[in-house]
Design a protein around this ligand. Structure first.
Ligand SMILES: NC(=O)c1ccc[n+]([C@@H]2O[C@H](COP(=O)([O-])OP(=O)(O)OC[C@H]3O[C@@H](n4cnc5c(N)ncnc54)[C@H](OP(=O)(O)O)[C@@H]3O)[C@@H](O)[C@H]2O)c1
Length: 247
């Protein structure tokens, strides 16, 4: 019997990076997994490759979150695992140079959208279900030029703990994984050119005591751990995995 045999999971942002690695891990452990993303072609191709069910839904759009919930209920009735992972970095700038457009886009996806995904899925969670929120080590850091992203993740980490307190009476556990730099396409998608990406990488290597980036598969294993019975006494926890960067 596999660890997640007969379990149903929803993973937001499952077409690449951490969400994809986690969807694969949950499927390997026997779960039925629905993945979301905004890019229909990429989503359907990925879902076919890994044996997941695709559903196009933009996490910044409340109607699309509602549609995702309705489709999940229609297909499965209820779920056992909710991994709220979709997120973007947005652009980097000093607070003085901030734009309303970047503020709204980052907050709408990383915080408002993640919040209402949690809110709307609560009625679909089975008792003893597991919710994992993907935050970031930057939720506890205060680096210049990243105020909006950091604040979006700090807000999310806070809500995860409140949710853990609210849902404990139904034995539902809510935990947060907060990685440092992980090898994914997230920074390339933010529109940085090759030169800037190289510079960011060099700065990160100096800032990470273990002198390496993490792997999406390593994050997936931690998410899987939080969802399993071995973590049955853990709720409201936030696990920082960042090679010591936030020390
Ligand atoms: N990589 C890191 O260093 C790192 C560190 C700490 C935290 N994180 C967090 O980890 C999470 C995953 O990031 P990643 O590194 O795996 O990035 P990624 O490879 O860019 O993956 C992001 C995933 O989220 C989806 N997504 C983005 N915006 C979305 C939206 N509005 N609605 C629905 N899906 C959306 C993307 O698909 P579409 O583009 O098709 O929508 C993709 O599947 C994010 O929350 C990020 O903030 C990453």
């Amino acid at each position: 019997m596999k660890k997640f045999e007969n379990k149903v999971a929803v993973v937001t942002g499952g077409t690449s990076g951490i969400g994809l690695a986690t969807a694969k891990e949950l499927i390997a452990q026997g779960a039925k997994v629905m993945i979301t993303g905004r890019r229909k072609d990429a989503l359907e191709k990925t879902a076919l490759e890994i044996g997941a069910i695709p559903f196009v839904a933009d996490q910044s759009n409340i109607d699309e979150i509602e549609a995702l919930k309705d489709e999940t209920r229609r297909r499965f009735g209820s779920i056992d695992i909710l991994f709220i992972n979709a997120g973007i970095t947005g652009t980097l700038s000093a607070i003085e140079m901030a734009t309303v457009q970047n503020f709204d886009q980052v907050m709408n996806i990383n915080f408002r959208g993640a919040y209402f995904t949690l809110s709307k899925f609560i009625p679909l969670l089975n008792d003893a279900a597991s919710v994992v929120i993907l935050s970031s080590n930057t939720a506890v850091m205060h680096n210049p030029n990243s105020s909006v992203y950091q604040a979006s993740k700090a807000a999310l980490s806070s809500v995860a703990k409140t949710a853990a307190a609210e849902l404990a009476s139904r034995k539902i556990r809510v935990n947060t994984v907060s990685p440092g730099p992980i090898k994914t396409d997230i920074l390339a998608k933010a529109g940085f050119d090759e030169e800037t990406l190289k510079n960011i990488d060099e700065q990160l290597m100096n800032a990470i005591p273990l002198k390496k980036k993490g792997k999406a598969e390593e994050v997936a294993k931690i998410v899987s751990y939080f969802c399993g019975d071995e973590a049955g006494f853990i709720t409201g926890a936030e696990l920082i995995m960042d090679g010591g960067m936030s020390l």
